[in-house]
Design a protein around this ligand. Structure first.
Ligand code: XBP
Ligand code: MG
Length: 238
């Protein structure tokens, strides 16, 4: 059986979104809300173990500012902070501050030229995905993707397999016929738990994580192409 779809993660895989995008957007939202919270690069690296921005804010508050976490309106505060963070993130992306990683645009172009469906499976908010695709691949490029599973489309975020299963259902394909492209151990575990073979491109925050079970671990997608990915996938299936 040949490869029948590519499913891309977003953060860390399509682009290095965390350092120049998500992290400053979180900090701006905290400052605007008058909170004395500031995440530096090291702390943020540890917080990335919690996937999902709302979940990450909640986890941090419960550990570092229990008085705020105990306030009756805490759920609303998390929602409001995250909405503000999304606005700041989208503005940064639209300003052209987040380029695609090497090889990403080329692989997407190759897949499209070959008529191979492409899809997205991500933890991040849908608006963030649209902003990144349209700013980097051009207006209308969101429509190139046969399915976009994002954010709260499923209740359990990566490393749970749910978002990948959601995407497989929309593609109407068996897991083994697809290939996931991921950058993190959490994302790899999600793809593998859904039964999808996966290739990892390590990103700034995920370098050195445990990628056991990946078909390959590459520095970036510029080191491969569609033919090489098809071959890896075929060898795995045989
Ligand atoms: C990415 C994430 C996301 C972003 C924040 O994980 O963990 O939570 O950091 O996005 P993955 P939101 O690449 O494995 O999908 O704030 O929009 O939730
Ligand atoms: Mg990722």
């Amino acid at each position: 059986m040949t490869l029948r779809a590519l499913i891309f993660d977003v953060d860390g895989t399509l682009a290095e979104t965390e350092q120049e995008g998500h992290l400053p957007a979180f900090n701006t939202a905290f400052a605007e809300a008058g909170l004395a919270w500031h995440w530096d690069r090291g702390l943020y690296g540890r917080l990335l173990a919690v996937t999902g921005g709302k979940e990450r804010i909640r986890h941090y508050a419960e550990g570092h500012d229990p008085a705020t976490a105990a306030r009756p309106e805490f759920d609303r505060l998390v929602r409001d902070l995250h909405a503000a963070k999304t606005r700041h993130y989208v503005a940064r992306v639209e300003a052209g501050r987040i380029p695609l990683r090497p090889g990403v645009a080329e692989l997407i172009a190759e897949a499209r030229a070959a008529g191979l469906p492409i899809a997205i499976a991500t933890t991040t908010t849908p608006e963030n995905v649209t902003a990144l695709l349209e700013a980097s691949l051009g207006p209308g490029s969101t429509a190139w993707f046969a399915a976009i599973g994002a954010g709260d489309a499923v209740p359990a975020k990566k490393p749970a397999p749910d978002v990948y299963i959601w995407v497989l259902e929309r593609l109407g394909l068996p897991a083994a016929d697809c290939l996931a492209l991921e950058d993190s151990a959490n994302g790899l575990r999600a793809a593998l738990a859904a039964g999808i073979p996966a290739v990892v491109t390590e990103s700034a925050y995920t370098r050195g994580e445990d990628f056991s079970g990946a078909l390959a671990v590459l520095p970036d997608l510029g080191r491969t192409d569609l033919a090489a990915l098809q071959l890896m996938h075929r060898i795995k299936k045989s």
